[in-house]
Design a binder for this molecule. Sequence first.
Ligand SMILES: [Zn+2]
Length: 1007
Amino acid sequence: MTHQEERIRIILEQLWKNRSLPAGEIGPVEYVYAGYKENDCPPAEGWQLAAPHQRYEGYDGHVWLRAHFHTPAARPHCRLVLTCDTGRSGNGCMNPQSLLYLNGEIAQGFDVNHTEAVLAPDTDYDLLNYFYLSLEPGSVECELTLSYVEERTEHLWYDLAVMLDTAVITEPDSADYRAILKHMTAAVNLLDLREPQSDTYYASVEKAIDYLYTEFYGKVCTPEGKPIVTCIGHTHIDVEWKWNRYQTMEKVQRSFSTALALMRRFPEYKFMLSQPNLYQYLKATAPQKYEELKQRIREGRWEPEGAMYLEADCNLVSGESFVRQLMHGKRFFREEFGKENYILFLPDVFGYSAALPQILRKSGIRHFVTSKISWNDTNTMPVDTFLWQGIDGTEIFTNFITTQKYAPVPARTTTYNGKLTPSEIKGTWHKYLQKDYANRQFTTFGFGDGGGGPTEKMLEVQRRLAYGLPGMPVTETGLLLPHLDKVREQFDRACLEKKETPRWVGELYLEFHRGTYTSIAKNKRNNRKSEFLLQKLETLSYTDLLFGGAYDEKGLWDHWEKVLHNQFHDIIPGSSIKSVYDLTDRDYAEINAYGDRVKAEKAASLAARIGSDGGVLVYNALGFPVRGTVTVDGETRETPEIPAFGWRVIPDTPAVCRVSVSGRTAENRLYRLTVDEAGRIVELFDKAAQRNVLLPGQTANELQAFEDLPRVYDNWEISEYYTQKQWTLDTPCTVEPIYDGARAGFTIRRTYLQSEICQKIWLYSEREGIDIETELDWHEHHQILKAAFPLDLNTDTATFEIQYGHVTRPIHRNTSWDKARFEVYGHKWLDLSEYGYGVGILNDSKYGCSIEGTTVKVTMLKCGTFPNPEADQGLHRFTYTLLPHTGDFRAAGVVQAAYRLNQPLSAVRIAPHGGDLADCFSLASVDADNVILEVVKKAEDGDDMIVRAYDAYRTRRTVHLSVAPGFTKAYLCDLMENNLAELPFDGQTATLTVKPFEIVTVRFTRS
Ligand SMILES: [Zn+2]
């Protein structure tokens, strides 16, 4: 700062002191400690008188405060405010926060950024303040005082502060700087600070303001020809993170009502908020505020946008979960507010699947917005406004948030929690790369996570920046959708003129938070199981509906919503505190109980009507015929082909085992597998291909532990140096033969430090693949556990399943982008292949993986301690499958095998009886391997059947989709089930062409 600038700063401090004038006490104040409130009523008993500077203490605790008082008379040029001072500052989400009730109504929230509430003069008030103590240790105050804010002094303070904050980021030699400095100096020279509160002082303040608006804001400043930064009020609220959902409900009450209170005072204030889940909380807990919010929506000042039910993780959740996130989110906004959503808004999600562009466009979304890729630890994205192209070629218009403090060389990281300072407004435009494609960018401003969103100060600063200060972009307040639509228009024009379209092809991999593919393994597993369970329930229920049964539409919707909630971007990634996972355990238990009940009901209802000579009724919930294994009374049997989405009654004959186990070698017609005394696979010979699967001299299913002390963000992160300290689990262990019906192999038991590891390696009589069932009783911290598979293959890429398709990633480290992908995720399978041969590795709940050369390392566990000290302790169960194959993964059926592992056949014995249903049935099937039928469900708007399928092979084919009798017409739909075109349909088979990775949704209407 120059001396001149310092002079202004000191005068600003004087003015700030003069801004507030005391207005008396509100005492006596009483308080009572309490738990989470059930409604808006404090406890009746236990009130105590608060001492001056009374301190309150308790993690996650609450205190109610109450007072009755009469406010003093009005004072000219002043507003009367109630101030809540907790003694804390900063913008941490962990700070104390409270909800203010005045005369029985919620008035607004208080937090360290919002400490004032405007009161009416000469009025009786009954005050209640529901005070949340904080998530930080130590005690806090809750001092409530009255004061007058002298608005002329305040006005001048903002006028000068915005100029000073602009001057310090302006090149000192420039004409812009000189103009700002000249007028600031002239204004402060008009001020007479000798007797604050005197008429002379106030006259000088008015004179200085007049001067600035005549000479500076009115003359020097201009919006003409300047780039525009649209300022969109926002508060990012993590649905669960370092607090659980019950605290989020309170954060919602506080932050939403704070925003609404400020909207009453600042008519230009516009606000955008995503996440229907949060709106549901407000609706349930503060209905009057919800009505006020609806009024702001009708006025076009509050924008409910963002499309998904909540801001979900986009690496780990399934393709169908994406569809449901959008369906639940869009429906909520439409039904509650009459608003159609067009933007996927995910500022804080840890990477974006290349399946998204197609899913978004087919759900009526035209814009995607994020900022998180700016958190990359290695590379900077080369685009900010661009077409993002997904695996099927669909493009979605994408915009990154570029808000950051101004620096001559922009930093990489940007923020969605903008502060609307001159520095951030300048930085937002300075950082923005597509200046030649649009003359506008936006900032989302406001404190998040209970910080109450935009502040009065931000709004005052915006009013001044809207004049267009020298050297600055001009600001306007606005909403996100109209802004993006304008940018799109300019972008399209510029692409034509410049003959160059900014584009990014493939996934938006976040080079950070790579541990989130693995942390809190139980939630990854529960999510995977729940996704498959609910899809199975929908298929079974629709089958039952077709035969006259009931379809529990509400139950399925509500249980999907539990799954969707737990896909929030701090829940499923594993970055939340323990109490969050205690609640998600409860959710998943409820989902399972519901699933068990519906499955049993539907199975009984169908079984009773199937005419057969008795045997075992095997049900296949997958959309292709399955020849696999099924468990009958605890015994594994191999089955003949069971039809797609259907059943077959098979003879009740015991299994035959054609696997021989001798010493440490197991053998079937397909493989010979030998383990060493440490339980590692030392030989895996593929008899059909006559080749060894493993690299010579190396061992597979070798368990490796690594020290995991990431440099930041413990449970989120794997730092690239983790490989430098490795312990191989290579000491002798127990290896015993094991037999179960049509399969046999070894049980391998080992102890590792305080933990027990039991693995069962299974070969099957006929079925391809080697299953490795793993049970870990884990009691270690700060270690990564991996299972390594050194494969004898020549390839430089690996293929990973993602949502509704797959991606291929290089497995070398040629470029900084390749190198940064040292840990990646896949869904149910990954595959390494050379021409004619390869190996698939399938899993039933593991996502993280690293590949070094052709050694695949499946990441089994990562057990950090922050923010959950008990992360990943205890029992873990999961299975992975090794599937050596000739041909590529398509020819070898790797995709289908991975589905079989995740959605196994189920069986019940049935006695001989007559019935109107056949003993072999398929609800829907398709005549092509590449097209996977994924979903059968009842249409949202009636009893029609919705079938969703996709091409899993990246190929193009005309296919025939056959359905059970009872349907009249077939329509191609979008993912939101809107009809697009009628398909040729002969009452049994619909014909359609499916393009590479295309997702198709077909509606079959009922007669
Ligand atoms: Zn977040």
